[in-house]
Design a protein around this ligand. Structure first.
Ligand SMILES: [Zn+2]
Length: 137
């Protein structure tokens, strides 16, 4: 067995039955990358240590054989960040459709609404609180 075959066999052996990557793992990796960038940009030792700790934690999670515990961690992460992830997803949709629709909030209850651009001034009735107001698009 040559050197490369031994390396391949070693990685096949340690990754067999391991958990792999998930949403929490990717978030930790992106966070660590960001902290590494900050540590180089501003010379912050704390950010460097946190970044290395993040990479270490994600490597531990990827090669972990305790699938149940890793899945529970990921489920908790997804549950805690659902509101933020939904907000980001909706903001991307609004940005993509910004030339087609004018997006605005109800001045009374802050519900998001939209009008097709170029429809002129309209009387808008909020579907949630029934507040009526004029909006130009
Ligand atoms: Zn409203």
């Amino acid at each position: 067995m040559d050197f490369m075959q031994r390396i391949r066999a070693f990685f096949a052996k340690i990754s067999y039955g391991s958990y792999g990557s998930d949403q929490l793992g990717r978030a930790v990796l992106y966070g660590s990358m960001f902290l590494l960038f900050v540590s180089f940009a501003f010379g912050s030792a704390l950010c460097l240590y946190l970044s290395v700790a993040g990479y270490g934690w994600e490597i531990f999670r990827m090669f972990s054989k305790n699938r149940g515990k890793r899945q529970a961690e990921n489920a908790l992460y997804l549950q805690k960040t659902e509101k933020l992830r939904t907000e980001i997803r909706q903001a991307r949709v609004r940005f993509r459709n910004r030339k087609q629709y004018k997006y605005f909030k109800c001045p009374q209850c802050r519900t998001r609404m939209r009008l097709t651009r170029g429809c002129g001034e309209k009387n808008v009735c909020c579907p949630k609180c029934k507040n009526t107001f004029k909006m130009k698009a």
